[in-house]
Design a protein around this ligand. Structure first.
Ligand code: FES
Ligand SMILES: [Fe+2]
Length: 380
């Protein structure tokens, strides 16, 4: 058993040691890791505010002036396609008296604060501040919204609140190479499904990352095509995990064409991938789904499932109908997962619940747990 030390004060050190055992002997994280307010606060500081978090696809902001807004752990942000062509992530908080500036999404070239009408351009530069002439030493040109670090990977815009964070791309090189032929940068969002869930974010991440539950939860949907026992998870070399689910069918049954240049197994099989902590990407040869997680507390999760297809697919005759069927299929599968996640959440909150043994088919959960424990142990 590895040496345990009380590195995560809110968790029992023997519990931590059990989660750190080699995969074949390992246990789940203890229930406190999911339910504790203090652990959630620590996750915000040590994980969420230091990790690369996906905030948008570039195709969601197709033209200069397009923006969308969201809140990340109490910080309102805006993601903007600037008039100079650059994508930026900035606090959606006015430099005057802290009113949020934008709401929802849209397209505009001047962002005017609803409180006293200070106006910003698409690069965050303050352009006009009415009736401020008599404010000594004040100049609009000295005021610009903070630029939050961002990086574009395969069409996904990631943000990181840590100005010293390592760039994302070199950390996930192995992951990028695995999906090179899928041309992920060419995907576009064609539908978004929204769910307000009452569970910890890790309940969903774990549910997403293993195919073991196909035998029960998806016994009539996924299991007949993607047998749990065939699923495999390569060793990872960074903060990511790939779940490869070989298909016994000849081709995906949606009727949507696969990307050119894929090998047969790539066109046919299903992949559920994670870049830790919670960039979740389901991929098939003809499209996929980005699960965007917006945790709102230890027991609250806003989930947006963005349905993705290659841009060229959207021009096909009958595409709208095929896209609708694809969204319905994804929603149906998620409904099956909601049922079990609700139950797991009740179980994790029950006083007698103990750590369970992981199956070797849940290697991706184990990979995530090792990463999570390391992050949570790092000195603040
Ligand atoms: S708070 Fe934005 S202009 Fe006053
Ligand atoms: Fe599932």
């Amino acid at each position: 058993m590895p040496q345990s030390s009380n590195r995560i004060p809110c968790l029992n050190e023997d519990d931590v040691a059990r989660a750190e055992l080699p995969l074949e002997q390992a246990y789940t994280l203890p229930a406190d890791a999911y339910t504790s307010d203090e652990i959630y606060r620590q996750e915000v500081e040590q994980i969420f505010r230091r990790s690369w978090l996906p905030v948008a696809r570039t195709d969601q902001l197709p033209e200069p002036g397009c923006y969308l807004t969201m809140e990340l752990f109490g910080q309102p942000i805006m993601v903007v396609h600037g008039s100079d062509g650059e994508f930026r992530v900035m606090p959606n908080v006015c430099l005057h008296r802290a009113s949020p500036i934008l709401e929802g999404s849209g397209k505009r070239h001047l962002f005017t604060c609803p409180y006293h009408a200070w106006s910003y351009d698409t690069q965050g530069q303050l352009m006009a501040a009415p009736l401020m002439e008599e404010a000594t030493g004040f100049s609009e040109k000295d005021c610009r919204l903070t630029q939050i670090r961002s990086e574009i990977w395969e069409g996904f815009i990631f943000a990181n609140f840590d100005p010293d964070a390592e760039p994302l791309a070199p950390q996930i090189e192995g992951f990028t190479q695995y999906f090179e032929k899928f041309k992920l940068a060419d995907l576009v969002v064609v539908d978004t499904l929204e769910y307000d869930s009452r569970w910890n974010w890790k309940v969903l991440v774990e549910n997403f990352m293993e195919a073991y539950h196909h035998i029960a939860v998806h016994s009539e949907t996924f299991e007949p095509v993607y047998h749990a026992r065939d699923s495999r998870i390569p060793d990872n070399t960074g903060p990511w995990s790939i779940l490869h689910m070989p298909s016994v069918a000849e081709a995906p049954d949606s009727g949507l064409p696969a990307v050119d240049g894929l090998e047969d197994w790539q066109a046919r099989d299903l992949f559920a991938n994670a870049v830790f902590p919670f960039f979740l990407l389901g991929i098939q040869g003809n499209g996929g789904a980005w699960y965007q997680l917006l945790p709102g507390g230890p027991d609250r999760l806003l989930l947006k499932i963005h349905v993705l297809v290659p841009r060229s697919t959207t021009a096909l005759e009958g595409f709208d109908e095929m896209a609708r069927e694809l969204s319905e299929a994804i929603a149906y599968i998620h409904q099956e997962d909601i049922g079990v996640n609700d139950k797991v959440w009740a179980g994790l909150n029950a006083p007698l619940t103990e750590q369970g043994r992981l199956s070797p088919f849940e290697k991706s959960i184990w990979q995530m747990n090792q990463w999570w424990l390391q992050q949570m142990s790092a000195k603040p």
